[in-house]
Design a protein around this ligand. Sequence first.
Ligand SMILES: [Zn+2]
Length: 139
Amino acid sequence: MARDQSGRIQVITNPQALPASCAICGIAPGQSNSNAGGPVGGQEMEFADFGLQFEFYGAFYLCERCVFELADNFGCASPTLTNSLMEQVRYLNEQNAGLKNQLKELERALGDHVLAGLNITVDSNGNILSSDTVSATNS
Ligand SMILES: [Zn+2]
């Protein structure tokens, strides 16, 4: 997913300004801290750079795990959940397109039958429930 790197918060992999670590959990680039969770999906740990410097502390960075924990507390979906949902949406869109094509074919087939003088009732699965000859007295 493309990131907007023009905003106030930049996503970086290698914080340079000291202490060059997460302000909450203290993890630094290259560290494997199981308590902090480590990078997502085996990727390099990313940090949010707010462009903030505090006297007697230094640069304020948050690691991706702490950002995700924070976002979760605000009700945001995790990247894992988001990717899973996006995959489900793609699958359902494909299914929907296929079903729309099937519906068009069924409607076309039914239209041919109606034109042939038959009144056919089908259920949602396309099963024929009844078929009658259309009366010519309707007009
Ligand atoms: Zn952290």
